[in-house]
Design a protein around this ligand. Structure first.
Ligand code: HEM
Length: 398
């Protein structure tokens, strides 16, 4: 008997809706994981993989689970970036980012800029306080301005980066094929191309520490540089913003853990790790099966389009005790919020430095008695990307 014949058939989860996933996917994931590690989900038109073990297997095996998905909306919205390529093609482009996002560059160049940006947006909050929407008035501009400086867009504003990021991400999720969504994504894509075209010759003349400057002399096609930077604009902004929002929300909702961290600020690193485990900012990403296979006992046909659901894997009770609870004191175990294998997030050090080492301690230091606004509850939402969409906070003005 072949291995495939011994495998279990994949159940269909026709009860799952996009609306429910968007509002709160976690009870859905609990139900799915308890039944099987993989489901066919008609509403999403994919197989959703929800167990830690199966997601981990996929990340480590690019031959069976290819990132180069056919009919990818991301390719249409942003071009064919390294994120949708397998090795060896992927490796050449990943290496083109050099050391710009790595610890040495962060220490020598970016930490000072993150600090400057945190000071700037906290000063604006305090000037307008004693209340604000933490996501839209601090976390979003902070993350966008950090990314603008790292990429080296001297010819754009942080507001441009926020608009580019959101409209191109909307394109990658435009399953309804809404022409208005495509029009906005295409406009942003053209603006990014123009900004890159303007910066590259300038940076060849006057090189600096930025990503664009490093790419200016790389022997890779302009088309790839454009696609990779668009993917980085889409992927390097919302995630630091969202982990920052979720971490602050979780601490304000758990005053005992907040007190622990304030007594030992080095523990903001644990807060960061637990926040991205608890609510993975990238909740799901795609892969495609290259040949008939069996994944954790489930039969998958060649060509199957998968959703690797990090948001579910990170709450798998087989990997984490009491997984639905935010707990900075839990036993340390690997989570999948940054992905794994060859596509492991290139910006993980940047995210940790900017959020855990700088923003979180600064926020609690500068905004005394920071607290939730009892009149205006915070709202979290999303499943492909998840974070706070509304986050009113109050503090005591000094
Ligand atoms: C908490 C913040 C972040 C999270 C949770 C996160 C998560 C991820 C995940 C899950 C992937 C892999 C996706 C896949 O395999 O399809 C990824 C890839 C990537 N991320 Fe991040 N990311 C974060 C921040 C950043 C930042 C700040 C940057 C840039 C400054 C960045 C740049 C990238 C790039 C370039 C890749 C593609 C790597 C490759 O294909 O080899 N990320 N990220």
């Amino acid at each position: 008997m072949s291995i495939a014949a011994e495998a279990r058939p994949v159940p269909t989860a026709d009860w799952v809706t996009i609306e429910d996933l968007y509002r709160n996917p976690f009870p859905i994931y609990q139900k799915m994981r308890a039944e099987a590690p993989v489901h066919w989900v008609p509403a999403v038109n994919r197989y959703m993989v929800t167990s830690f073990e199966a997601c981990h297997i996929i990340e480590q095996d690019q031959e069976i689970y290819s990132a180069n998905e056919t009919g990818s909306l991301m390719k249409r919205a942003m071009g064919h970036s390294m994120l949708r390529k397998d090795d060896p093609e992927h490796d050449v482009e990943r290496k083109s980012y050099g050391g710009v996002l790595r610890p040495r560059a962060i220490k020598e160049t970016w930490n000072a800029i993150f600090q400057e940006n945190s000071d700037k947006y906290l000063a604006q909050l305090k000037a307008a306080g004693p209340g604000a929407d933490f996501i839209w008035e601090y976390a979003a501009p902070y993350a966008a301005e950090n990314l603008r400086r790292i990429i080296g867009f001297e010819n754009a504003t942080q507001e441009d980066l926020q608009r580019w990021s959101q409209t191109m991400i909307d394109g990658t999720g435009n399953y309804a094929d809404d022409p208005e969504v495509w029009a906005k994504a295409e406009k942003s894509s053209a603006e990014v191309d123009a900004a890159i075209d303007e910066m590259l010759p300038r940076l060849r003349q006057h090189p600096n520490a930025t990503l664009l400057s490093g790419l200016a002399d790389m022997k890779i096609p302009l088309e790839s540089i454009r696609a990779n930077l668009k993917m980085t604009i889409g992927g390097g902004l919302n995630e630091p913003r969202d982990v920052l929002g979720v971490a602050v929300w979780a601490l304000l909702s758990n005053p005992d853990q907040l007190a622990q961290v304030l007594a030992q600020p080095a523990r903001f690193t644990d807060v960061f790790d637990e926040a991205i485990r608890w609510v993975a900012p990238i909740g799901m990403y795609p892969r495609q099966v290259t040949r008939d296979t069996v994944l954790e006992g489930m039969a998958l046909p060649e060509g199957a389009r998968l959703g690797v659901v990090l948001g579910a894997a990170n709450r798998d009770p087989k990997q984490f005790e009491d997984p639905e609870t935010f707990n900075i004191n839990r036993e340390k175990k690997p989570h999948l919020a940054f992905g794994g294998g060859i596509h492991y997030c290139a910006g993980a050090w940047v995210a940790k430095a900017s959020v855990a080492a700088i923003a979180l301690p600064q926020v609690f230091d500068q905004l005394p008695n920071l607290r939730l606004d009892p009149e205006h509850p915070a709202v979290d939402a999303g499943w492909v990307f998840r974070g706070m969409v509304k986050f009113p906070v109050l503090w005591d003005q000094k």
